[in-house]
Design a protein around this ligand. Structure first.
Ligand code: SF4
Length: 427
């Protein structure tokens, strides 16, 4: 979401007459887009903004602003934490950034603009133009979250759920595909809970699948509770829907899931996995996992390890529980020690790395459809992602200019630690 927002901010500012700086040294306005999902990115955002603030003492007329979720979380308080920064603007207020910047040049005090928008179509940041180097784009379809998982700060920094109309989403996707975009990833904090005027997520997927120039459709992040049959039934049916899904599980233990307020069980999660694999047997399923949630026993943790195996995850983002102020879990006894959390995390990493490698090995000798988006490691190679989201480097007789944005059939010949190697099956 922040990657998308940074790109949208850039577009908003360029449309107001600003130019993207070549480097930090060349910039007159320094913006930090921030995340507060865990304590570490919060610290990183604060220290980076503090570092930029020091540049103000060296160079004249520099503005420093903090945007993103830390901006929403801290609001005015940021001026106590970081005396001397010029503005804080939260995600729902990026359209006002040009105005805030103008005001900041004359204001003697810092300006804070935080709070949530009304959720109308105009309230969504859509991309109007693409770079020549882009063949895929992110499109926001809903924002906010009403789920209130007990560890999660997102509902308080991204606000309640608001959904964009299907017409507005379709218009943006059509416009992007007219400019050369082949792959669209739909974004939302709980993307598959999308609903608007009687239309639900599966209706939206079916509608977008009809856009002729769109080759691939992905979405992130879905909530297992909304991974209903009408959605899983579309796998293998819709032309554009890719054989890869990122489906956050967070834990494999029913005790921990309940304590987290996730509102599904391990069995329900595995049922979704089974439904998906029935439709696309070699679908790539990745996940998010939290280890060391308050009250997580060794037995609970072992349930997570067994879920990793049973679900056959091809990759995972795994983290130690990080208590966030203002969430119900913040008040719980953080009873799993840091050492135990680290030890559990390394056990997760060990299994996931093994499964990642096995998943890639299983692709050897198979043909993948690769969307070309860059040069490979060697001059004679092109690179791109397969439908299962794996990075593939491959030999091809044509240049990147000729092949950019095209989907090429590639036979996988070798498996590396982070990517696949192959040769184009030229027709
Ligand atoms: S569904 Fe996701 S964004 Fe919403 S509260 Fe739960 S973890 Fe946070």
């Amino acid at each position: 979401m922040n990657v998308h927002d940074s790109r949208a901010i850039e577009e908003i500012l360029i449309n107001s007459g600003y130019r993207k700086a070549e480097s930090q040294d060349d910039a007159d306005i320094l913006l930090v887009n921030s995340c507060t999902i865990r304590e570490k990115p919060w610290h990183k955002a604060i220290s980076e903004t503090g570092r930029f603030r020091k540049i103000k003492g060296i160079k004249d007329n520099i503005l420093v602003g903090l945007v993103g979720c830390v901006a929403q979380q801290e609001g005015d308080n940021i001026f106590n934490l970081l005396n001397g920064i010029d503005f804080v603007v939260s995600p729902d207020n990026y359209n006002s950034l040009p105005e805030i910047i103008k005001k900041s040049y004359v204001s003697k005090t810092g300006i804070a603009l935080v709070g949530f928008g009304d959720g109308s179509d105009d309230d969504f940041l859509g991309l109007k133009s693409i770079y020549p180097s882009e063949s895929s784009a992110l499109v926001t379809i809903m924002k906010g979250c009403n789920e209130h998982c007990r560890y999660c700060i997102v509902p308080s920094v991204r606000g309640p759920e608001r959904n964009r109309s299907i017409e507005s989403i379709e218009k943006e996707v059509r416009n992007l595909t007219e400019q050369g975009i082949k792959e669209v990833t739909l974004l939302g904090q709980k993307v598959n809970a999308y609903k608007h005027e009687g239309m639900i997520f599966s209706d939206l997927l079916i509608r977008l699948d009809k856009i002729e120039k769109l080759e691939r459709l992905r979405f992130t992040s879905p909530h297992p509770r909304h991974m209903t049959k009408d959605v899983t039934d579309l796998y293998g049916q819709l032309r554009t829907l890719c054989g890869a899904i990122h489906l956050p599980a967070q834990s494999g233990s029913n005790n921990t899931l309940k304590s987290m307020g996730r509102r599904y069980t391990r069995e329900e999660y595995l049922d979704i996995v089974e439904r998906l694999r029935k439709k696309i047997p070699d679908i790539s399923i990745s996940t998010d996992l939290i280890v060391g949630y308050p009250g997580e026993t060794e037995e609970d943790f072992k349930e997570t390890l067994s879920l990793i195996k049973e679900a056959g995850f091809s990759s995972a983002f795994s983290f130690k529980f990080s208590p966030r102020p203002g969430t119900p879990a913040f008040k719980l006894d953080n009873d799993v020690s840091e050492d135990e959390k680290s030890e559990r995390l390394s056990r997760v990493h060990e299994i996931i790395s093994k499964q990642e490698f096995e998943f890639r090995q299983s692709l050897k000798g198979k043909n993948l459809q690769v969307l070309v988006d860059g040069k490979g490691r060697l001059d004679s190679q092109l690179s791109g992602r397969g439908e299962n989201f794996q990075i593939v480097n491959f030999q091809h007789s044509k240049s990147l200019e000729e092949m950019f944005g095209k989907i090429v059939t590639v036979e996988i010949t070798e498996v590396n630690s982070n990517s696949l190697l192959g040769v184009a099956v030229e027709k």
